[in-house]
Design a protein around this ligand. Structure first.
Ligand SMILES: *Cc1c(COP(=O)(O)O)cnc(C)c1O
Length: 418
């Protein structure tokens, strides 16, 4: 039975009939229609950065809505898109020279894959194979799903997914196996691009790996002429402690995808940025070399204005300080769990903390995620564990006492479910 015609994302309606009705958002909090308040400890699925309804972003949205709502982006342009593209090129490391707009992380990855294949085809090079990391996640459209890990989440669509070369995740002590596999994959004559989440694989279970490995991966790709595509959809805009995760490895990708936090999480917008040579491979009086991609809402002016306001906040407020303090607070609270027998793999990168609950009964593994979710929700906390992996990925405005409440609930969950 359902009380709404809505078909919700990643939801088994037979098991979860009702959704929580949210009426307002403020900072790190969601206010429900029934008056309940819920702490948004996963930034509303990893998008909210500064907190809900940052006043500067809200104002920018209002102002832009008063001027221009939407306009075709082929043959036309507008100031928010122009200004944002210039700012993004200035903000990212030298080498990402062009900005292609779209409206979701999945689409930004599709665009990246199409750019990579177009680059080789337009140069008459027969390379079309994608290389990807085990446990990777890049979105839910067909190309992004193909690039991501295969699981129950995409089993039904398997016949439509294209084949990719999968290399092992570089877990601690096994980094060399990853690099060797990448080297072998890059030697294949048809290798086109490595698509990778830098430093942390999000949906794959908040799996963290080192900047040294990332740097080596980038070097191997470059040495074989294989394009390096950084999917910074989740890691971008401060999550890992730096503005972009690639900064920590001192690398510049050939193609980079940003979405989620680009508008502070307020509106859907994505960009795929690329190196000059990728743009140049499409630059021709021959129309068949055009980059054939568009979304109806490419570079929506209101979303671009929200993203500009976000960048403004990064400049005018001490966002980096806030992130550093949040990282330190997470580290401090995570510490007691590092030697706690109920948990394993306590880990942190930047503002993100994660740990795995040791589940006593293996039969529990399939249902532990939803059970933990309900447990936390009943305490007014939005955490959405990935199986037995509990992670805290909060907006940067979260207060120390709010983090305390989260860790106290995790401690309690350890007793209840561990
Ligand atoms: C969320 C995510 C995506 C997909 O973004 P959507 O906006 O949900 O389409 C792609 N890549 C990574 C790494 C993500 O975390």
């Amino acid at each position: 039975m359902t009380d709404s015609p809505i078909w919700r994302p990643f939801t088994q309606h037979a098991l979860q009939a009702r959704a929580i009705h949210v009426a307002r958002g403020e900072g790190a909090w969601l206010e429900c229609a029934d008056g309940r308040r819920i702490l948004d400890a996963i930034s509303s699925w990893w998008v909210i950065t500064h907190g809900h309804r940052h006043p500067k972003i809200v104002q920018a949205i209002k102002d832009q809505a008063d001027r221009l709502d939407q306009v075709i982006f082929a043959g036309f342009t507008h100031e928010p898109a122009e200004a944002l593209a210039r700012r993004l090129v200035a903000l990212t490391a030298p080498g990402l020279d062009h900005v292609f707009y779209s409206d979701s992380g999945s689409t930004s990855v599709e665009v990246a894959i199409k750019m990579a294949l177009g680059y080789f085809r337009n140069r008459g090079v027969a390379r079309n194979r994608i290389i990807a990391l085990e446990h990777g996640y890049h979105g839910d459209t067909i190309g992004a799903m193909s690039t991501g890990a295969r699981s129950v989440f995409n089993a039904a669509y398997e016949p439509l997914l294209f084949d990719v070369t999968r290399i092992p995740f570089p877990s601690v002590g096994r980094e060399q196996a990853t690099l060797d596999a990448l080297e072998a994959a890059c030697r294949s004559a048809d290798a086109a691009a490595l698509v990778v989440e830098p430093l942390v694989l999000g949906a794959g279970g908040m799996l963290v790996y080192g900047a040294d490995t990332l740097r080596e991966m980038r070097r191997i790709c470059a040495s074989h002429g294989v394009l390096f595509v950084a999917d910074e959809v989740m890691t971008g805009f401060g999550r890992t402690g730096t503005l972009f995760a690639c900064e920590q490895a001192g690398i510049v990708p050939d193609i980079a995808c940003y979405a989620k936090g680009i508008t502070g999480g307020s509106l859907p917008l994505a960009v795929t940025m690329c190196a000059e040579e990728i743009f140049q491979a499409h630059y021709s009086t021959d129309r068949s070399r055009t980059f054939f991609h568009s979304s109806s809402f490419t570079a929506n002016p209101i979303a671009c204005a929200a993203a500009l306001a976000n960048l403004e906040i990064w400049e005018s407020e001490d966002v980096r300080g806030r992130i550093a303090r949040l990282a330190a607070m997470q580290e401090e609270r995570l510490l007691p769990f590092a030697n706690d027998a109920r948990f394993t793999n306590a880990r942190r990168i930047g503002t993100i903390a994660a740990l795995d609950l040791r589940v006593r009964d293996a039969g529990y593994l399939a249902t532990i995620g939803p059970e933990l979710y309900e447990f936390f929700i009943s305490r007014g906390l939005l955490l959405r564990p990935l199986g037995n992996t509990i992670y805290i990925l909060p907006p940067y405005c979260i207060e120390p006492s709010e983090l305390d409440a989260l860790y106290a609930a995790i401690d309690e969950a350890g007793d209840r479910f561990g």
